[in-house]
Every structure is written in structure tokens, then in C-alpha cells.
Write a protein that binds this ligand. Structure first.
Ligand code: NAD
Ligand code: AHE
Ligand code: ZN
Length: 375
């Protein structure tokens, strides 16, 4: 069938709005009509050419919501008409990783997903007779897409697509990093580096968890007001500190008889490896944990003095906030519908597919939190 899509043809080039062809779902697969999709910094990261797994041509997008319109043979967990959120981290509930209960990183289809293919090693998308790669197993920058059944979370039907699409990545990643990965406790002190579409959700996760001191760090002063809306108690712009950032942050967090300082938890939401080091070194000696959320470009590496780890700081990472998609995403949708978490104010721009390149420009200029395309 013909599908309207934003096609990524080459690194660094704007997306082309074209009609591509989509084959129907095969065994264990479902076709979803995408009603809305957010644009995450990771889409820009891949489009820029910085992603070692980046493939072209491809249909990007991994933050969608829509309706199942067709199912292939053997599909049992969803049916036509179900409302779903595509999952770039699937949950098969059968692979060693799912069964371990130690990780959300299901391995059932990761190899083919990274090659831009469906689990049978082929693509359902084509353009002018040539195959087009899938992206992160989701390809939500199209009004229809095909996914494995294990890569969709069924959600309630009264949830608005143009808001809950954000749960497909940003909301779950930010809140999940706090709750699932760091397991932040009440009264904690935390620092969040980068207050964009992910960082603001880390802030609201910290507020939910009952953290006391929540410091936000960003180069963009407009993010101060944004952070305050989601629970940030202090704002720091590294350009205005006038000395090294790490001792400045450690000073801010000093308390108690020993006056050692350092945060209980820090989160990198920038993808910048210098910031990742600052985030680790701003942690409290003995127990501080630093969670890497940001995705760094091909070839980038992190470093620190091993003494930072010897003295008890912990460096961790998280993908999709440690969430098990089919289990956790419907619950997060419920939290939104119950008013426990906010989404609406963070969706600053809504546009048709034809304007999707504007959403990338707004993000790069720091003018949007989340741009959403509705179909
Ligand atoms: P964004 O562009 O909306 O926000 C990034 C923020 O970081 C901006 O406010 C920017 O001003 C700030 N920033 C940039 N450099 C900085 C610096 N040196 N110091 C302080 N602040 C700085 O991006 P986003 O959508 O929030 O994504 C953030 C990162 O998280 C990206 O690297 C993205 O790829 C990654 N990500 C990871 C996961 C995961 O599962 N691990 C999921 C989603 C996004
Ligand atoms: N392909 C990149 C890494 C990209 C990456 O880390 N993706 C995150 C999700 S970012 C969502 O906005 C992720 O889920 N990683 C786990 C995985 O299995 O991909 C690279 O560096 O090769
Ligand atoms: Zn994302």
C-alpha cells in the first residue's frame, strides 16, 4: 500500500516527504496506523550521521502512537482496532534478558533491528522499487508502519495520541531513569544535566520520587523557567559559573557535619561526554550514582580517574528508562490520564508531516521541548 513518509536519504540532509510502499504484516507482525509521533534528539543524532548504526535510506521516528489496522498470522496479544505505542525496546518475555528480570534490554529482535530490518531479515518499506530501512524497529515518521507484535504496547483507548506518543520515548526514558534505574529515594539530592525533552522528564520523575534538592544544569537560560515548572529547585548555567563546574556543584550540595558535598544522583541528558564526566564527578563520595541517558556520537568515549569509582561513585546507563515496554508503558499512560504526570506543556509544537524538518530545526535551536507530528 502507499504510505506518506518522511524519508531520510543521506546523513545531514533534510527529510523528504514522499509516498513509499509498505507491505502487509507477516507472521508475528502487526500494521499500525500512526496517528502522532514525537521528534526526539536521537532522531536528529541518527539523521546527522553521528550514529554508528545509522542507515540510509530509512524512515526514522521512534516516539509514536496509533491504531492496529492489520495483524499477521500467529498474532495473539493485540487485534485490529487496539490502540498501541510502538516500542523500540520490545518485550518478548521469553529471551534470556527478559527472563533474567535484571534488564529491560530484550534481545529477541535486537540484531535485525540494528540492521534496519524486520526479524525475518527483510524490509516492509520500499521507495521507487528499492528497499528502505526501518529505524529502531519502529519507523514512526510514516502514517502506517509494520512492527513485530512484541514491539507494541496496548494502551487505553481514551488516551490522546498527540500526547501519549511522547511516552514512546521521552517521558518513559526520563521518569524511568529515576524510578527504575537510579531508584531515587525520598529526600535525595539530584543534578540533571540538560533540560530538554528528556531532562524535564527526569525532573518530574525526581519530583514524583520525593527528591529534595533538584539542580538543573543547562547552557540555555530559557530552560530555567522550564525546569522550575517540573520540580527543579536550583538552576546552573555552566557558562555563568565563573569557575570549574564540578566544585561549584559539589559546594551547592554540601550538608551535614562532614561538609563533603556531591549529589546522591546525577543524570546526563546531553549526550556530551565531557558533561558525562562532570555528572559522575559531581556525585557524592561513597554512594553517588551517575546515570548516563544521553547518546554520544560515533567514536566518543568517556573517561575519569578510576579513583572516582574506587571512592564509591557509580556510573550507570539506561535505555528507555529501564522500562519493560508492554508491561510499563500502559501504566505510564494511566499515570498521565490520572494527572500524576504532565505531558501537555512539554509538547510545544504540533505540525503536519510536511513540516517535520521544522521540528528538527526548532530542537537544534533550543526553541522547542517536543515537536509532535500529527497525521
Ligand atoms: P534536547 O535537544 O531536547 O535537549 C538537550 C538539552 O541539553 C538542551 O536543553 C541543551 O541546551 C542541553 N545541553 C546541550 N549541551 C549541554 C551542555 N554541554 N551542558 C548543559 N546542557 C547542555 O534532547 P533530548 O531529546 O532531551 O535528548 C537528550 C539526550 O538523550 C540525547 O543525547 C538523546 O539522544 C538521548 N536519549 C537517550 C535515551 C535513552 O534511552 N538512553 C532516550 C531518549 C533520548
Ligand atoms: N545506535 C547507537 C545507540 C543509540 C542508543 O543508545 N539508543 C538507545 C535509545 S535512544 C532513544 O532515543 C537505546 O535504546 N539503546 C539500546 C539499544 O539496544 O540500542 C549506537 O551508538 O550504536
Ligand atoms: Zn528517543
Amino acid at each position: 500500500m502507499d504510505v506518506r513518509a518522511a524519508l531520510a536519504t543521506a546523513p545531514g540532509k533534510p527529510l523528504d516527504i514522499v509516498t513509499v510502499q509498505l507491505e502487509g504484516p507477516r507472521e508475528g507482525e502487526v500494521m499500525v496506523e500512526i496517528k502522532a509521533t514525537g521528534i526526539c534528539h536521537t532522531d536528529e543524532f541518527t539523521l546527522s550521521g553521528a550514529d554508528p548504526e545509522g542507515l540510509f535510506p530509512a524512515i526514522l521516528g521512534h516516539e509514536g502512537a496509533g491504531i492496529v489496522v492489520d495483524v499477521g498470522p500467529g498474532v495473539t496479544s493485540v487485534k485490529k482496532g487496539d490502540h498501541v505505542i510502538p516500542l523500540y525496546t520490545p518485550e518478548c518475555r521469553q529471551c534470556p534478558s527478559c527472563l533474567s528480570r535484571k534488564t529491560n534490554l530484550c534481545t529477541a529482535i535486537r540484531a535485525t533491528q540494528g540492521q534496519g530490518l524486520m526479524p525475518d531479515g527483510t524490509s516492509r518499506f520500499s521507495f521507487e522499487g528499492k528497499p528502505v530501512h526501518h529505524y529502531m524497529g519502529t519507523s514512526t515518521f510514516a502514517n502506517y508502519t509494520v512492527l513485530p507484535e512484541i514491539a507494541v504496547a496496548k494502551i487505553r483507548e481514551d488516551a490522546p495520541f498527540d500526547k501519549v506518543c511522547y511516552i514512546g520515548c521521552g517521558v518513559t526514558t526520563g521518569i524511568g531513569a529515576v524510578i527504575n534505574t537510579a531508584k531515587v529515594e525520598q529526600g535525595a539530592k539530584a543534578i540533571v544535566f540538560g533540560l530538554g525533552g528528556i531532562g524535564l522528564n527526569v525532573l518530574q520523575g525526581l519530583r514524583l520520587a520525593g527528591a529534595d534538592m533538584i539542580i538543573g544544569v543547562d547552557l540555555n537560560n530559557d530552560r530555567k523557567a522550564w525546569g522550575e515548572r517540573f520540580g527543579m529547585t536550583h538552576f546552573v548555567n555552566p557558562k555563568e559559573v565563573g569557575k570549574d563546574l564540578v566544585p561549584y556543584l559539589v559546594d551547592m550540595t554540601k550538608s551535614g557535619a562532614d561538609q563533603i558535598g556531591g549529589a546522591d544522583y546525577t543524570f546526563d541528558c546531553t549526550g556530551n561526554v565531557t558533561v558525562m564526566r562532570q555528572a559522575l564527578e559531581s556525585c557524592h563520595r561513597g554512594w553517588g550514582q551517575s546515570i548516563v541517558i544521553g547518546v554520544a556520537p560515533a567514536g566518543a568515549e568517556i573517561s575519569t580517574r578510576p579513583f572516582q569509582l574506587v571512592t564509591g561513585r557509580v556510573w550507570k546507563g539506561t535505555a528507555f528508562g529501564g522500562a519493560r515496554g508492554r508491561t510499563d508503558v500502559p501504566k505510564i499512560v494511566d499515570w498521565y490520564m490520572q494527572g500524576k504526570i504532565q505531558i501537555d506543556p512539554m509538547i510545544t509544537h504540533v505540525m503536519p508531516l510536511t513540516d517535520i524538518n521544522k521540528a528538527f530545526d526548532l530542537m537544534k535551536r533550543g526553541e522547542s521541548i517536543r515537536g509532535v507530528v500529527t497525521f
